[in-house]
Structures are given as structure tokens and as C-alpha cells.
Design a protein around this ligand. Structure first.
Ligand SMILES: Nc1ncnc2c1ncn2[C@@H]1O[C@H](COP(=O)(O)OP(=O)(O)OP(=O)(O)O)[C@@H](O)[C@H]1O
Ligand SMILES: [Mg+2]
Length: 396
């Protein structure tokens, strides 16, 4: 059918034509903002889940809801290569200027600008992050150079300015598993401060499933400040809607058998659903997508997923990292003990521990419980088995 009208969106972070499921997460977020705005306290959210399950898309929804609720959403992606202090200085400055245009700064906003200025100069002494903050730095606030202390001052200042305008600020951070421990600790501490002061400022985030553990290590009270909803495959009815609804909006119908076939292959994983939907659409004569179309599209889907979803993850892996993942794949999709993987490789655990640590650091593996590791990408085991020559790892 007409490829130009293909309604599926197999791209990282691409808002789907039909946003399926996730009703609880969306509703909880709205209530969080409403409660904070009214001066109640509420646990904030950090959405966790494997690759391709829709975390970034959900954060996008959060952004939309925040705007609807009259909040200022400030979104950013964390990366290993960005310095978090300067990034925060920049985001907080954006937050303040959006909460309150300079011409209308009240007393609180002016005080906040002074705090942000001293913070900016502390993390970036060349002054390159102070644009728009033409007040004297409020020395004594946010200027210790210790991120945990300073970020709390920054959040408090932004919160006071937002409260003055009867608004709120929500920082939305993606990929927060890439924050270092000190940075995560600072962020949690800052939220703690705003909860104590009952200010309308918070942060919500998304990242890989090891986050609750990381957060708990950084600050023991993290679990009382945050909820960590785990999202994954869409439930069957929602997965069906994710397939059927985008087509229906274009006047195209999927045979029930065709839908079932796609659900079986994709197990309801959002990225896979979008990829399969797109391939079947492109191949079908139309105006109905049949089971035969879906079957014929299977090879295209395998190839597309290998190319766009799986292979990009392994591109920067060393041969020994690949061998490690291949060994894990050999054991199956579930979590595996380090010793068992080492066993497949014919080595002792300690010998391969650095490889395992690097894979966790790169976000390819995570540790669902102590001593165990699992792939962060759904169906990655299947990919590794077909991607790598069988002779790389001799069968155990
Ligand atoms: N609720 C949903 N309904 C339908 N499609 C969705 C939904 N959520 C996400 N998708 C689709 O799934 C794919 C993956 O979404 P997204 O990039 O948000 O995942 P992610 O969890 O952030 O992945 P990663 O960990 O790789 O960043 C996209 O193609 C998106 O269009
Ligand atoms: Mg994402």
C-alpha cells in the first residue's frame, strides 16, 4: 500500500499515531502534579523498562500533561558524556525564564535568578551559562561546589519562583541510568528538599530497570520519594489497538488472523509492533492486511529489526564483549549468574568480571538482582544467536 501514508512509527522516541495502554502511568502522573500544585506531597515517578518498550514516548506524554496542567516541563536526556552540573544549570535557567519572563520577575523570581547565577558560576566559572540572569550572584546559595548541596538550593529557588507564579516546574530526564552515583544522589536530595518545603517542583525520569537499585544505593530514602513503575510489553488488548487503530484511521483493516500473527511474533513489545505494522502495510496490496501479508512480511521484520534495533546496540562492542553476550544468549533470555556465563566461556568468574561490568556500564546488560545479569533489549538472545557465528562460542 501507499508507503507515504504508512502510519506506523518504528523509531526511537517517535510518538505513535495511537498511544496504547499506559493509562495507570498517565493518570498517576497527572495526580502527582495536581497534588504538588496544591501543596500536598506525593512520590514522584521514575519509569523503568527494557529497550523499546515506550519509556521515551511516555515521558513525552508526561510533557504534554504537564503543559495541560499549567506546569513548565523541562526535558533532557542524560548521557555519559555530558557534565551534569552545567547541564542542570542550563535547564534550571530555562525553567526560571519560562516560569516567569524577566520583565515580570517578582521578588522570588529575582532571588531565584541570583541563586541560579551563583550556581552557574560555580559549575562553569567562565560565565557561559548565565545568559538572561542579569542579577548579582546570590553568593551563599548553591555555591559550595558540592552538587548534592547546591542542587537542592537550585530546586528550592526554582520552586519558590514557580509558586509565586502559581505554576510548577517538572524536570523530565530520560536515560537516567547514565547518571553517576553522586549525580543521582544530588537529584534525589534536591527532590527531598522540595518535598520538605512543599514546593511545586519535581523531577520524573525514565531509564533501564536497574534504576531502583541504583537510587537506593545513592540515597536510602529514595524508595520513599519515588515510585519506580516498570513498563514492558503492552497487554494484549492494548497491543491489538496499537496495531489496528493507526491503520483504521487510514481506512485500512487488519484481519483478526493477521493481528494474532503479529502479536505472537512481537509479544506485545511496542517497538516490534510498530516495525511489524510498517512492514505488513508496505507489503500488502490492501485495502485489507491479511494473514498472508503478515507472514510474507516476517523476513523483512527480522532484517529491519536486526538493522535498526539490534545491530546498533552491538556496533561498539569489542569481540570479547560480543563473546560474553553470545554466551549469555546461549543460556537463554532470562537473568543469568555471572558464574554460569563464565562457565560457558570456559573461564573463572573473576576473569570475565571486567567484561560484564563494561556491558552493564554501556547499558546492554542490567542486574535485576545481585549476581545476576540480563539483557536490556527484549529478544536480544535470539538476535545474538543468529547474528554471531556459532563457532565464536562453542556450544556448552
Ligand atoms: N504506548 C504506545 N503505543 C504504541 N506504540 C508505542 C507506545 N509506546 C511506544 N511506542 C512505540 O514503540 C517504540 C519505542 O518507543 P520508545 O522509543 O519510547 O521506547 P524506549 O523505552 O524509550 O526505548 P529505549 O530504551 O531504546 O530508549 C517507538 O517506535 C514508539 O512509536
Ligand atoms: Mg528511550
Amino acid at each position: 500500500m501507499d508507503r507515504a501514508r504508512n502510519p506506523y512509527t518504528p523509531n526511537a522516541g517517535a510518538p505513535p499515531r495511537y498511544f496504547a495502554g499506559r493509562a495507570t502511568e498517565v493518570e498517576d502522573f497527572r495526580i502527582l502534579l495536581q497534588r504538588l500544585a496544591a501543596g500536598y506531597t506525593e512520590q514522584s515517578v521514575v519509569v523503568t523498562g527494557l529497550r523499546g518498550v515506550g519509556k521515551t514516548v511516555l515521558l513525552g506524554e508526561y510533557r504534554r500533561i504537564a503543559e495541560e496542567e499549567g506546569w513548565v516541563p523541562i526535558d533532557a536526556e542524560v548521557s555519559k558524556n555530558t557534565d551534569f552540573g552545567p547541564q542542570m544549570a542550563n535547564l534550571a535557567r530555562r525553567a526560571l525564564l519560562q516560569v516567569s519572563p524577566k520583565a515580570r520577575w517578582g521578588e522570588r523570581a529575582r532571588a531565584a535568578a541570583a541563586t541560579l547565577k551563583s550556581f552557574s558560576l560555580t559549575v562553569q566559572p567562565d560565565g557561559s551559562l548565565t545568559g538572561g540572569l542579569d542579577v548579582e550572584p546570590g553568593w551563599g546559595k548553591a555555591d559550595t561546589g558540592i552538587l548534592t548541596e547546591d542542587l537542592a538550593d537550585v530546586f528550592e529557588a526554582v520552586g519558590e519562583a514557580a509558586k509565586e507564579r502559581e505554576s510548577g516546574v517538572i524536570f523530565l530526564f530520560d536515560e537516567i541510568q547514565f547518571l553517576g552515583r553522586a549525580e543521582l544522589e544530588a537529584l534525589i536530595g534536591a527532590v527531598h528538599r522540595t518535598v520538605q518545603r512543599r514546593l511545586p517542583v519535581s523531577f520524573a525520569g525514565a531509564g533501564l530497570p536497574q534504576l531502583p537499585g541504583l537510587a537506593g544505593e545513592a540515597k536510602s530514602y529514595a524508595e520513599r520519594l519515588f515510585k519506580f513503575p516498570l513498563i514492558g510489553e503492552l497487554p494484549e488488548a492494548a497491543a491489538r489497538e496499537a496495531l489496528v487503530e493507526p491503520a483504521r484511521a487510514e481506512g485500512v483493516y487488519l484481519e483478526p488472523d493477521a493481528v494474532e500473527e503479529i502479536l505472537r511474533y512481537t509479544e506485545g513489545y511496542p517497538y516490534f509492533l510498530q516495525e511489524y505494522g510498517r512492514a505488513a502495510w508496505n507489503l500488502a496490496e490492501g485495502p485489507t492486511i491479511t494473514r498472508a501479508d503478515v507472514q510474507a512480511a516476517g523476513d523483512v521484520v527480522d532484517a529491519e529489526l536486526d538493522e535498526s534495533f539490534f545491530r546498533t546496540r552491538v556496533q561498539r562492542s569489542s569481540p570479547e564483549e560480543l563473546r560474553y553476550m553470545r554466551a549469555m544468549a546461549h543460556l537463554g533470555a532470562e537473568a543469568h549468574k555471572a558464574a554460569d556465563v563464565a562457565g560457558v566461556l570456559g573461564k573463572a568468574s573473576e576473569q570475565v568480571a571486567p567484561i560484564r561490568a563494561r556491558l552493564i556500564n554501556k547499558g546492554l546488560l542490567y542486574t535485576p538482582r545481585h549476581g545476576y545479569a540480563k539483557f536490556t533489549v527484549p529478544q536480544f538472545d535470539r538476535f545474538m544467536l543468529r547474528y554471531m557465528d556459532l563457532d565464536v562460542v562453542p556450544p556448552a
